[in-house]
Design a protein. Structure first.
Length: 201
C-alpha cells in the first residue's frame, strides 16, 4: 500500500475519526475547516490521492459518500492511569507503546490503565487497558456512551455519559458508588471507549 504524505495522512486520519463518530462522510467545507484551508482545491487533490492509493472511495456525482477502505495500523500509546472509582489525572506523557497492529482501531486511539472497580458491571476491571478515541464534538455523544471525562477542578474518570439540557451525569457501573452530576461547562469529554484489553496470566 502506497505511503501517504503528511498532508494526506492528516486528512485521512481526520476522515476516519469523523466517519466513525458521525456515521456519515463530511462536506468539503468541513474538511477545509478541519485542515485550516481557505480553498477546496487542496482538499480535492488530497482526496484524489487517497482514492488513487486505495485508502478511500466515493460515488461519483453524489455528495457525502466517502468510504474508508483500509485502516492505518500502528502502536497504541499508553498515557497513564484513569480512575474507575473516583477522579484521577492521567499523564500527558506516553508511558509506553503497545503494538496492537492486529486490531482495527480508529486513528489517534490511545490507552489508559484502569484503577478501581466502579465500572465492573460494564466488564471493565481494575488493571484493564481501555482504548479511547478523541471526541470531536461533545454534542454528538449518545447517552450511555462510556467516556473519559475531565471534571473541572478534579480530574479525569471513566464513566457512562448522560446529558439532559445543560447538565451532565457521569454514571458508574457499580451500585456501591454514586454518580457524579455537574454542569456541562465543568466537563471536558476527552475520549470515548472503543475497546478493552485484558491480560490473563
Amino acid at each position: 500500500m502506497e505511503k501517504l504524505t503528511e498532508a494526506q495522512q492528516e486528512l485521512y486520519d481526520w476522515l476516519k475519526n469523523y466517519i466513525r463518530v458521525c456515521q456519515h462522510s463530511p462536506s468539503i467545507r468541513q474538511m477545509m475547516q478541519a485542515m485550516k484551508l481557505k480553498s477546496p482545491a487542496p482538499i480535492q487533490s488530497r482526496l484524489e490521492h487517497l482514492r488513487n492509493k486505495g485508502y478511500i472511495e466515493w460515488s461519483e456525482g453524489k455528495a457525502r459518500t466517502i468510504r474508508i477502505l483500509k485502516s492505518c495500523k500502528s502502536s497504541i500509546p499508553v498515557l497513564g492511569v484513569i480512575a474507575a472509582s473516583g477522579l484521577l489525572e492521567p499523564s500527558t506523557d506516553t508511558l509506553e507503546q503497545i503494538d496492537f497492529t492486529n486490531l482495527n482501531l480508529p486513528a489517534h486511539t490511545y490507552a489508559l490503565r484502569i484503577n478501581g472497580n466502579s465500572m465492573i458491571e460494564d466488564s471493565i476491571l481494575d488493571g484493564d487497558l481501555v482504548f479511547l478515541s478523541p471526541v470531536l464534538e461533545t454534542s454528538l455523544i449518545k447517552n450511555g456512551t462510556i467516556v473519559a471525562a475531565k471534571v473541572e477542578g478534579h480530574g479525569t474518570s471513566l464513566k457512562q455519559f448522560y446529558r439532559q439540557g445543560d447538565n451532565i451525569t457521569l454514571k458508574l457501573a457499580n451500585p456501591q458508588y454514586q454518580s457524579i452530576e455537574v454542569s456541562i461547562v465543568q466537563v471536558e469529554v476527552q475520549g470515548s471507549l472503543v475497546g478493552i484489553w485484558r491480560h490473563y496470566q
